[in-house]
Design a binder for this molecule. Sequence first.
Ligand SMILES: C[C@](O)(CO)[C@H](O)COP(=O)(O)OP(=O)(O)OC[C@H]1O[C@@H](n2ccc(N)nc2=O)[C@H](O)[C@@H]1O
Ligand SMILES: Nc1ncnc2c1ncn2[C@@H]1O[C@H](COP(=O)(O)OP(=O)(O)OP(=O)(O)O)[C@@H](O)[C@H]1O
Length: 292
Amino acid sequence: MNSLKNCPAPAKLNLFLHVNGRRADGYHLLQTVFQLIDHGDTLHFDLRDDDRIRRVTDLPGVPEESDLIIRAARLLQAEVLRRQGALPRGVDIAIDKVLPMGGGLGGGSSDAATTLMALNYLWQAGLSKEELMALGLPLGADIPFFIFGETAFAEGVGEAMRPVRAPDCWYVVIEPGVAVPTAAIFCSEHLTRDTPVVIITDFSSHLEKQNGFKGFGKNDLQQVATKLFPPVAEAIEWLGAYGDARMTGSGACVFCAVATEEEADAVLAKVPARWKSWKAKALDRHPIIAKL
Ligand SMILES: C[C@](O)(CO)[C@H](O)COP(=O)(O)OP(=O)(O)OC[C@H]1O[C@@H](n2ccc(N)nc2=O)[C@H](O)[C@@H]1O
Ligand SMILES: Nc1ncnc2c1ncn2[C@@H]1O[C@H](COP(=O)(O)OP(=O)(O)OP(=O)(O)O)[C@@H](O)[C@H]1O
């Protein structure tokens, strides 16, 4: 096979995100539930006759050399060389970018994860899921989750995961129009880092019941992000009239769960024109799995 077209790189929502501590290296210990949703970027891969890895779509603000897609592809290419003694063929990678950067939707990580999974298949590299997850982690904390590929409860710095059942619902998402730099939120002196560790049965039973779509726990990064970026606070306040609105990841996007697509449409119809907004359905599994 010489190409793989229309490979999905879906967004994630952090249904809650607790900061439980900080490691000696500065990284934070988290507990979170990652939910995949059916809204995201799309990538296309065409193998080349030489060994060059190229991005063939311009991505304003992201030079090709620092793009997580290119860095992920190079990492896997080097790993194949190490294992098989020969460089695999190069590849042209095109991207239809939909997810906002600095949105807390994991866009860059999802693009990188899709790249690792698609090239592992195209190059017949033979890495296991666990090996791909470990390869991706140094590039971005959310990459292992996207390769894990199903709704997950994650601990540690986000890399220790187990599957969890979450409601089959819809989400309304608002993009407040600002890009939040993840590192600045984690560095803040105002960030609380002492939320008690929760026991898994607490929230899995809660998630299954989803009492009136009131979410479990909270997002500990929200307090810092809303202070630094007032549009995030405004979007949470506005969406809060329709449900338990909260931020995903380190922001800026804000979401709330609703039971049906019709309910999502009714909320979307009222969102002020200054914000971009959309609906998405919860996904149990990563949609690329069906293609590989
Ligand atoms: C907050 C989440 O979105 C939750 O899903 C992710 O953990 C963030 O993932 P990400 O954007 O891929 O973040 P990375 O590029 O890995 O890290 C950016 C910066 O955030 C901080 N960081 C990130 C993850 C973590 N567990 N602790 C941290 O302190 C570090 O300063 C790091 O340099
Ligand atoms: N393919 C890519 N797509 C988006 N951003 C990229 C990509 N490659 C590198 N980046 C860099 O990563 C930064 C974070 O982008 P991303 O879309 O992953 O943010 P995010 O959704 O806030 O992530 P998270 O939820 O993991 O915190 C961007 O500002 C950009 O500089």
